[in-house]
Write a protein that binds this ligand. Structure first.
Ligand code: ZN
Length: 455
């Protein structure tokens, strides 16, 4: 039994002081109340650790390598696409496991308790399945076990190179399946994940309306009887135009009129929605999966957060390309994009909750829903996904209540305040360091030396 004493805790009842939280042997919160015992850990501030609801782990190896222009000035995606495909010709299961372990460690050190991995790199070069169809799913599971992060594994169905149903080519072939093989892969993935930790789970992810046709989408959704369903929705203008040309409706419009979208759904990158689509999607209970740093990096556009939250919509945060794994900067970027667009301040704050409080609680609640994970809140019975922070520093000294969250998010010092992180009770970050930091970084460096990154 672990016992944490915290000076300040955000609970479903609001801020509370001097609480004792105990964690049972299964990794769940056993009690929340007054102090009775000698604590095993003392923290100044205790928060629920959100689920990072969208990640492509292998893309972490590309961080910082795709910021140059190519020969055609109109093609600003040149360096990103070129490096991505060059990587796809090289990555082995060992590489993927080493990269995933690194990025999962970084997520934990950033204050995430779990990750929903949108996993689409399934096959060997040329699209040849591994002898074990779920080889890569097993490697992601193994990286999650090594790092101690909670995992929701979302095997991705990816069939075509575009809405015109062109065949996959080049590196994309490693992603591809027809619905029948995808469903086998899905089953094997469910088995791989259930042999992991007790808090691990799985769901299903049709990649997008570009990579999956309406019949394929229907076929796999028929089999998605439980667990979360994630899909990229409307990220870029060109993508919306392509869907309109082939399905005669914008992606959000098409999805809402053809499928019963509800809280099992998490729609990633809702950066290209009209006002009417924003209101309609908010009303379904689906989680809008936002990745503000990647969306900024790729120039996707700005999610309409003020309208979505104003309509009672649910949001959560993902790190997507993993260009920079930082929960607090994601939240700050989401708010700042609203301010820059609307020439406003405190855009997402409400009458009685500050901007930081709204952002943090929304990410914790929406992340848990998107991950199908009983977490995101400090209450008895939930997984003990917790972040403990120090306040004896230049960022948090004398802060209380909502101002602590505002300072963590907007002062730039938030991550440096993180001292402890627990994922389903696993005490994986202590004194600000992941328990396997050196070994995981070493393995990652070996992998990076093996990969050709000159583009
Ligand atoms: Zn994505």
């Amino acid at each position: 039994m672990q016992t944490i004493h915290a000076k300040q805790v955000i609970t479903p009842l609001g801020w509370q002081n001097d609480l004792e939280i105990t964690i049972d042997a299964n990794g769940r919160i056993a009690t929340v109340g007054e102090q009775h015992q000698m604590p095993t850990d003392r923290v100044a501030l205790l928060l629920p650790a959100p689920v990072n609801l969208h990640s492509h782990a292998f893309q972490r190896a590309m961080a910082g390598l795709t910021e140059a222009r190519g020969p055609d000035p109109r093609d600003s995606f040149w360096s990103w696409r070129r490096l991505m495909y060059s990587f796809l010709d090289q990555l082995t299961p060992d590489h993927v496991e080493a990269i995933a372990a690194l990025v999962f460690m970084e997520m934990l050190e950033a204050g995430y308790g779990a990750v929903a991995e949108f996993h689409y790199l399934h096959h060997d070069v040329g699209g040849v399945p591994y002898e074990n169809l779920a080889e890569m799913s097993e490697r992601i599971t193994s990286a999650a076990l090594k790092s101690g992060i909670g995992l929701t594994l979302l095997p991705v169905h990816y069939q075509y190179g575009g809405c015109d149903l062109r065949a996959l080519s080049g590196g994309q072939q490693r992603f591809g399946n027809d619905p029948e093989r995808f469903l086998r892969l899905h089953q094997d993935t469910v088995a791989a994940v259930s042999s992991g930790a007790a808090d691990f789970n799985s769901g299903m992810a049709p990649h997008s309306l570009r990579a999956v046709d309406p019949a394929g989408l229907g076929a796999i959704l028929n089999q998605a009887t439980s667990g979360p369903i994630h899909m990229h929705l409307a990220e870029q203008v060109a993508e919306v135009d392509e869907v309109v040309a082939h399905l005669s409706a914008r992606p959000t419009e098409w999805l809402l009129s053809n499928h019963a979208v509800d809280e099992r759904w998490c729609l990633i990158h809702c950066t290209q929605m009209t006002q009417a689509e924003t209101i309609a999607l908010a009303g379904t209970g689906a989680v809008a999966g936002l990745c503000p740093l990647t969306e900024s990096n790729l120039g996707d556009g700005i999610f309409n957060g003020t309208s979505y939250l104003g309509q009672g919509g649910t949001i959560g945060i993902g790190s997507d390309s993993n260009i920079h794994v930082t929960l607090f900067e994601e939240l700050k970027t989401l708010e700042y994009t609203q301010r820059l667009r609307d020439l406003s301040r405190a855009a997402l704050a409400t009458q009685n909750r500050s901007t930081g409080r709204v952002l943090y609680e929304a990410a914790a609640k929406g992340g848990a829903i998107a991950g199908g994970r009983q977490s995101g809140v400090i209450e008895v019975g939930a997984w003990a996904d917790l972040v403990g922070l120090d306040d004896d520093n230049q960022w948090l000294c004398n802060r209380a209540g909502d101002a602590t969250l505002d300072s963590l998010i907007f002062s730039g010092g938030g991550q440096a305040c993180i001292r402890d992180v627990w994922s389903a009770g696993r005490h994986v970050v202590q004194e600000g360091r992941h328990f396997r930091r050196d070994a995981i970084i070493n393995n990652f460096k070996i992998t990076m030396r093996e990969l050709e990154t000159n583009i």
